[in-house]
Design a protein around this ligand. Structure first.
Ligand code: HEC
Ligand code: HEC
Ligand code: HEC
Ligand code: HEC
Ligand code: HEC
Ligand code: HEC
Ligand code: HEC
Length: 425
C-alpha cells in the first residue's frame, strides 16, 4: 500500500486493525439487531401493521378490495350486530352442522325418489349425501355438503366441489315441511348440475370465476366472499377502513359511497341487481361486475322483455312488481328502503310495515275504511289484503310423499286491491 506521496507504508500505519474492529463490531451489532427484530416479530405477530393493512378477502375486477364485515364491526357495531341476523347475511356460507337445516338423524335423513334414494350422513365434522341408484348396480361416491345457499326462511340448496368445479346437490331442504326435498327443476335423477355465476351472483358477495371449464363452473376457492355482506351493497371497503383506522378522529366518511344521496334509480338498482328477475342477458363484464352507484341497465337485462310486469313471477322480482304499483308510479321518492331497513331482519314486524303505509295513506279518508276493514279483524295488517303472498310458478320443489310440485309462497310487491280469496287470514 502507498501513501499520497507514493511512498510505501506499513499496513499498521493506516489503522487497519481499528477499521477491521469497527467492521466486525458493526456486523455483530447489526446481526444482533436483526435477530432481535425477528424474535420480537415472532413473539408479537405483526399486530399493528395488520390493523392498518386489513386482511383482503378478494379483489374485485376493478381493483377495489373486499375486507369483510368483521372489519366493519369495530366502528359500526350496531349495524354489524343486526346484520348478522338478516337473511342476506345468512344467504350463503361454508356448510357445517350448524347451518345445514336438514336432519342427519336416522329416520328423517332420507329422500326417496322413483329412480334413486339419498341418505344424509355425517362423518366427523363433514356432512355427506349418499346416493343409491335403484335397479342399477352402479355405486356413486358420496357428495360432500360444501356450500349452503339460502338462509332457510323458505329453504336451502347445497353445493359441492369437485376439485375447483362447483355442482348443485340433488337434495334441498324445504322449511315449511321441515324435510329433505328434490332440488327445484331437478325432475329426475341428474348427477351433474354445474353451478356458475348465474346462480351465485344473487346469493354471495363475490366469486371469481376462473372460466377454465366449458360449463363455466370453476372458481378460485380462496376468493369467495360468502353471504350478502356489507360490501355487496356498499362496494369494497378496504380504502375506507384503512383511512379511518389511520384517522380515528375523522368524523366524516371517506372512500365510501353515500347511498342516501344517489338518484332514485341508482338506489333502486342497488337492490334490483338481485331482485329484478334473472337478468341473464349480460351487456358488460361478468355478473359480479356491477357495483352499487353504477347504472344497472348498462350491465344486464332480462331476456324476456316482452313479458308485462303484471305477469312477472313473485319470486325474485320485487323491483318489477313494485315499479308497476300506483304507490310507486304516483310518488317521487318511494323505493325499497322506504319500507325496508337493509340492516335488520324485519320479517313479521307488521306494525312497522303498517306505519309505512299509513305514512302516505290516511286510511280514514280512503275508500278502504268502511267496508273492507270493518268486516275484517286485520285492520292493522294492510299487507294481508294489499300485498298478499302468492304461489311462485318459477320456484317449485318436489316433496317426498306426493311427487307433485309444491310452490314457494312469496309476498307480492304489486301493491293493489286484490279479490277476497287472495287475502291472507
Ligand atoms: C376505523 C373505523 C371504521 C371502520 C373499520 C369502518 N368504518 Fe365506515 N365509517 C367510519 C366513520 C368515522 C364514518 C363516518 C361517520 C358515520 O357515518 O358513522 C363511517 C361511515 C360509513 C358509511 C356511511 C357513509 C356516509 O357518508 O353516510 C358507510 C356506508 C360505511 N361507513 C360503511 C363501512 C363498511 C362497509 C365498513 C367495513 C368494510 C366500514 N364502514 C368500516 C369509520 C369506519
Ligand atoms: C346480492 C344480491 C342481493 C342484493 C344486492 C340485495 N338482495 Fe335482498 N335478498 C337477496 C337474496 C338472495 C335473498 C334471499 C335470502 C335468503 O333467504 O337466503 C334476499 C332477501 C331479501 C329480503 C327478505 C328478507 C327475509 O327476512 O326473508 C328483503 C326484505 C330484501 N332482500 C330486501 C333487499 C333490499 C331492500 C335491498 C337493497 C337495499 C336488497 N335486498 C339487496 C339478494 C339480494
Ligand atoms: C342489502 C344492502 C345492504 C347491506 C348488506 C348493508 N347495507 Fe348499509 N346501507 C344500505 C343502504 C341502502 C343504506 C342507505 C339507507 C338510506 O337510504 O337511508 C345504508 C346505509 C348505511 C350506513 C349509513 C347510514 C346509517 O344507517 O348509519 C352505514 C354506516 C352502513 N350502511 C353500514 C353498513 C355496514 C357496516 C354493513 C354490514 C355490517 C351494511 N351497511 C350492510 C344497504 C346495505
Ligand atoms: C336473480 C337473483 C337470483 C338468482 C340468480 C338465484 N336466486 Fe335464489 N333467491 C333470490 C331471492 C331474491 C330470493 C328470496 C326472495 C324471493 O323468493 O323472491 C331467493 C331465494 C332462494 C332460496 C330460499 C331461501 C330462503 O330460505 O328464503 C333458495 C334455497 C335459493 N334462492 C337457491 C338458489 C339457487 C340454488 C340458485 C342457483 C341455481 C339461485 N337461488 C339463483 C334470488 C336469486
Ligand atoms: C311513498 C308513499 C306511499 C307509501 C309508503 C305507500 N303508498 Fe300506496 N299509494 C301511494 C300513492 C301516491 C298512490 C296513488 C294514489 C292513491 O291511490 O292514493 C297509492 C296507491 C295505493 C293503492 C291503490 C292501488 C290501485 O291500484 O288503485 C293501494 C291499495 C295502496 N296504495 C296501498 C298501500 C299499502 C298497503 C302500503 C303499505 C304496504 C302503501 N300503499 C304504501 C303512495 C304510497
Ligand atoms: C310499501 C312497502 C314496501 C316496499 C316499497 C318494498 N317492500 Fe319488500 N316487503 C314489504 C313487506 C310488508 C314485506 C313482508 C314482510 C314480512 O313478511 O314480514 C316485504 C317482503 C319482502 C321480501 C321477502 C318476500 C318473501 O315473501 O319472502 C323481499 C325479498 C322484499 N320485500 C324485497 C323488496 C325490494 C327489493 C324492494 C324494492 C324493489 C321492496 N321490497 C320494496 C314491503 C315493501
Ligand atoms: C281486509 C282487507 C283490507 C285491509 C286489512 C286493508 N285494506 Fe285497503 N282496501 C281493501 C279493499 C277491498 C279496497 C278496495 C275498496 C273499494 O274499492 O271499494 C281497499 C282500498 C284501499 C286503498 C285505495 C283507496 C282508493 O281511494 O282507491 C288504499 C290506499 C288502501 N286500501 C290502503 C290500506 C291501508 C293503508 C291499510 C292498512 C292500514 C289497508 N288498506 C288495509 C281491503 C283492505
Amino acid at each position: 500500500m502507498r501513501n499520497f506521496q507514493g511512498r510505501r507504508i506499513k499496513k499498521s500505519y493506516i489503522y487497519y486493525p481499528v477499521t477491521k474492529k469497527i467492521i466486525i463490531n458493526g456486523s455483530i451489532f447489526i446481526l444482533t439487531l436483526f435477530v432481535l427484530v425477528i424474535v420480537y416479530k415472532c413473539k408479537n405477530p405483526t399486530r399493528e401493521s395488520d390493523y392498518f393493512n386489513p386482511n383482503v378477502l378478494a379483489t374485485h375486477f376493478n381493483g377495489e378490495r373486499f375486507v369483510g364485515s368483521t372489519t366493519c364491526m369495530e366502528c359500526h357495531a350496531d349495524i354489524y350486530t343486526t346484520h348478522l341476523e338478516t337473511a342476506h347475511f345468512k344467504s350463503s356460507a361454508i356448510a357445517n352442522a350448524g347451518n345445514v337445516k336438514g336432519s342427519f338423524e336416522e329416520g328423517s335423513n332420507m329422500l326417496d325418489l322413483r329412480d334413486v334414494a339419498f341418505e344424509m350422513k355425517t362423518n366427523k365434522d363433514s356432512l355427506y349425501q349418499h346416493t343409491t341408484l335403484k335397479n342399477r348396480s352402479l355405486k356413486k361416491p358420496p357428495s360432500k355438503f360444501d356450500i349452503v345457499i339460502g338462509s332457510g326462511v323458505k329453504g336451502q340448496s347445497y353445493l359441492t366441489w369437485e376439485n375447483d368445479a362447483l355442482y348443485q346437490m340433488q337434495v334441498s331442504y324445504y322449511t315449511p315441511s321441515n324435510e329433505w326435498v328434490n332440488s327445484p327443476s331437478f325432475p329426475n335423477y341428474d348427477y351433474s348440475r354445474p353451478i356458475g355465476d348465474a346462480c351465485l351472483k344473487c346469493h354471495m358477495t363475490f366469486a371469481a370465476n376462473q372460466n377454465t371449464s366449458k360449463q363455466r363452473n370453476t372458481f378460485d376457492k380462496d376468493r369467495m366472499v360468502y353471504g350478502i355482506d356489507c360490501e355487496r351493497c356498499h362496494r369494497p371497503g378496504e380504502k375506507h377502513v384503512v383511512y379511518h383506522r389511520n384517522n380515528p378522529d375523522a368524523k366524516e366518511a371517506k372512500y365510501m359511497l353515500r347511498l342516501q344521496d344517489l338518484p332514485r334509480q341508482q338506489r333502486l338498482d342497488a337492490c334490483a341487481q338481485c331482485h329484478s328477475g334473472l337478468r341473464n342477458e349480460l351487456l358488460k363484464g361478468s355478473p359480479f361486475s356491477y357495483l352499487t352507484g353504477e347504472v344497472l341497465s348498462e350491465y344486464s337485462r332480462n331476456n324476456d322483455t316482452l313479458t308485462s310486469n303484471q305477469n312477472l313471477d313473485v319470486h325474485g322480482n320485487q323491483y318489477g312488481l313494485l315499479s308497476s304499483s300506483e304507490c310507486f308510479k304516483q310518488s317521487a321518492t318511494l323505493d325499497c328502503n322506504t319500507c325496508h331497513d337493509p340492516h335488520k331482519n324485519q320479517r313479521g314486524n307488521s306494525n312497522y310495515f303498517n306505519s309505512k303505509c299509513i305514512g302516505c295513506h290516511d286510511v280514514n279518508k280512503s275508500r278502504c275504511t268502511a267496508e273492507a276493514i270493518v268486516q275484517n279483524k286485520m285492520q292493522n295488517n294492510c299487507i294481508a289484503c294489499h300485498m298478499p303472498t302468492i304461489a311462485s310458478k318459477a320456484m317449485q320443489v318436489q316433496l317426498i310423499k306426493d311427487s307433485l310440485e309444491t310452490s314457494f309462497y312469496v309476498r307480492s310487491h304489486l301493491i293493489g286491491v286484490y279479490a277476497k280469496e287472495q287475502w291472507e287470514n
